[in-house]
Design a protein around this ligand. Sequence first.
Ligand code: NAD
Ligand code: UD1
Length: 339
Amino acid sequence: MPKTILVTGGAGFIGSHTCVDLLQNGYDVIIADNLVNSKRGVLAHIERVAGRTLTFNQVDVTDETALSKIFEAHEIDAVIHFAGLKAVGESVAQPLRYYRNNLNATLTLLACMEKYGVHKLAFSSSATVYAITPSPIAEDAPLGGCTNPYGWTKFMSEQIIADWARCDERRSAVLLRYFNPIGAHESGLLGEDPQGIPNNLFPYVARVAAGQYPHLSVFGDDYNTHDGTGVRDYIHVMDLARGHVCALNYLDTHTGCIPINLGRGEGYSVLDLVHAYESATGKPVPYRIGPRRPGDVDATYADPTRARELLHWTAERDLANMCACGNRWQMQYPNGYEG
Ligand code: NAD
Ligand code: UD1
């Protein structure tokens, strides 16, 4: 019998790529997503790339009645919980919406898992839960001091999940702390489809290279880094997807709750990424140096040792590959998914 995985937020950027990897590894996939930040059109792309079908439920994960129906209809073996709002600036402007959505989604999901006896959970956390601390950052680095409500929802969800796992010895949870996922599936059929003007570096660079925007604004060149621009740990979204499949294997053989970084362990600056994109695609990425963005730090990259030791996972794709794949998606689907 193939195992059945409930994927909340499975229509989103990371969720859709993970669903492909799950289907290709023989799992049956059920998505619960209310499409608040994604489009129905992604589903056909997932199925086409994976060569298999999935089950989709348009459901708000904060709606316990609707979510219960999914648990009642299927024997769910494990849950991967991506559903959440993720725009940092928006979370500052609309804090209650972020706390209500992200915390209620986690609470409601855990209540259903408890009710239906599902004990295994992989949670999308973020490097944003770490306090400002020197890199490389290991999982036992100090936490907290988040600069925005989005970050606090991840911090608080981690605590809620840890407490949930602690009170029943059959339970198992991994808190996957992502660094900076970018790129797209190598087919160019799946990618990041941000609504409106992208806030994050990579989709903005991709649109500048495609001629949609005239130039990139580099947010500060006076950081304490090799070229003065901010350094981050960029990771190919398909490497990240595979990390979730590895996490499912880990959940099968362990109990308790553990945080695990998913990053490459290498930092690249904004200008490194711009030049890598230009080399990988042959397209110019014009840029101008602008002021710093409030809340940004000099350099953040992972210590990925724990993921290697416990999940037997290492990110394999380099920055050139991330740029080439992201560009393929950008050129094939400049307006994102239909629907
Ligand atoms: P995304 O916005 O593309 O995907 C999230 C999905 O969740 C969307 O399809 C959205 O419609 C859905 N969703 C939101 N609230 C929901 C609700 N109440 N009920 C049902 N569906 C809901 O984001 P992503 O980049 O794929 O990120 C996935 C997860 O990983 C998020 O929790 C995000 O916070 C986390 N994360 C993302 C990054 C990143 O850089 N992309 C980094 C660290 C952590
Ligand atoms: C962002 C989120 C963070 C989240 C992380 C995951 C913010 C403030 N933080 O972090 O909470 O966990 O994504 O991926 O949004 N940059 C430019 N010009 C741009 C955009 C970005 O120079 O137009 C620079 C930034 O200053 C930074 C780097 O590019 O140095 C990466 O920025 P971004 O892609 O937004 O990611 P993070 O800031 O790491």
